[in-house]
Design a binder for this molecule. Structure first.
Ligand SMILES: NC(=O)c1ccc[n+]([C@@H]2O[C@H](COP(=O)([O-])OP(=O)(O)OC[C@H]3O[C@@H](n4cnc5c(N)ncnc54)[C@H](OP(=O)(O)O)[C@@H]3O)[C@@H](O)[C@H]2O)c1
Length: 302
């Protein structure tokens, strides 16, 4: 076949009756990098599968999920604004989801049950560990008390890391601390510090984690109330914002010679469980998928 013939008759991607289907439900969802990531892994492993964005309006979540399940999907990721609705619809909640109070991964089990998982916390920890940093013991200062903070706090506490929470809205920090304390295993290893009083807290911490949207491209203006001059040289500075990868916090930390972990790896690691459950292969997280997402995200920053 000549080049002209191929252009006239391109080979279609084969989607058949056995193709395993999954996707990401959100509103909006067009910005999601999950399709790029999962379809990369599907191609890398030669798996007969497809992963699609699923724009679902608020209020239409339940009917969409039941429909996808009835249509033979293996499951979905769930993003804003549906994570709490996903928590409510599941028949079986994984411990990670119970602790996080939300679900970002649905699995349609063969027995007809809908299983719910929260993978953000373990994705965060796996990414830090992938940087050669042990996540065990010590104290972490967590900035923020939103959905991501809750998942990360639970995973850190599970690994024996004490957590100090500071949030612009103090009441939400206390709510999060109370939710964590309610879990017997977390015990009293969680406390709250005032947003404007972190100068005495930071020197006692081995890890600082920004889980707020401060620093995000298009996010709220302003600075985080931490003075890295007060940190010990051993402090690990993590930012879960991934657009841009090098936030102002991470730039300042790097200039001080502190170890830094950006948010892109968390995005990749949190995707792993869903891929394994839906497509039956545990994807190895290599530099290729990171480079692919990095290039794509740079387009958004410019
Ligand atoms: N890397 C990843 O895989 C990953 C995964 C999940 C989320 N993220 C990122 O993490 C960030 C938070 O996500 P989320 O789902 O937890 O959001 P969320 O539930 O809406 O929480 C937002 C948090 O940011 C704080 N915040 C917002 N504006 C602020 C400001 N101007 N000054 C100080 N604090 C402010 C909020 O504080 P108040 O309570 O005072 O409003 C709250 O603690 C987003 O940038 C998101 O993209 C990354």
């Amino acid at each position: 076949m000549t080049r002209a013939d191929m252009q006239a008759h391109p080979t279609p991607r084969r989607i058949g009756g056995r193709t395993a289907l999954a996707g990401v439900i959100g509103w909006p969802v067009a910005h999601s990098r999950s399709p790029l990531m999962h379809n990369f892994w599907l191609a890398q492993y030669g798996i007969d599968g497809a992963y699609v964005p699923l724009p679902v309006r608020p209020g239409a979540f339940d009917v969409a999920v039941r429909g996808l399940q009835a249509a033979g999907f293996r499951g979905t990721n769930v993003t804003i604004p549906h994570k709490e609705a996903a928590f409510r619809i599941v028949d079986r909640l994984d411990r990670s989801a119970r602790r996080s109070g939300s679900v970002n991964t649905l699995v349609f089990a063969p027995d007809g049950a809908i299983e719910g998982y929260s993978t953000d916390g373990d994705g965060f920890v796996a990414n830090v560990e992938a940087h050669g940093i042990a996540v065990t013991g010590g104290r972490a200062l967590l900035l923020g008390a939103g959905g991501a903070a809750r998942a990360i706090a639970a995973s850190l506490l599970d690994r024996g890391v004490a957590v100090t929470i500071a949030n612009r809205t103090a009441a939400r920090a206390h709510e999060l601390a109370d939710a964590m304390r309610a879990d017997a295993e977390a015990g009293a290893m969680v406390d709250v510090a005032p947003w404007d009083g972190l100068g005495t807290v930071l020197p006692g911490c081995g890890m600082l984690v920004n889980t707020t949207s401060v620093g995000m491209h298009g996010g709220p203006p302003g600075d985080l109330p931490v003075d890295l001059a007060l940190a010990t040289p051993a402090l690990v500075v993590c930012d879960i914002v991934y657009v841009p990868r090098q936030t102002a916090l991470l730039r300042t930390a790097a200039a001080r010679g502190l170890r830094c972990v950006d948010g892109l790896g968390m995005l990749i690691h949190q995707a792993r469980l869903g891929f394994r459950k839906w497509f039956g292969t545990d994807p190895v997280i290599g530099p290729e998928v990171e480079a692919l997402l990095d290039a794509d995200l740079r387009g958004e920053e410019s």
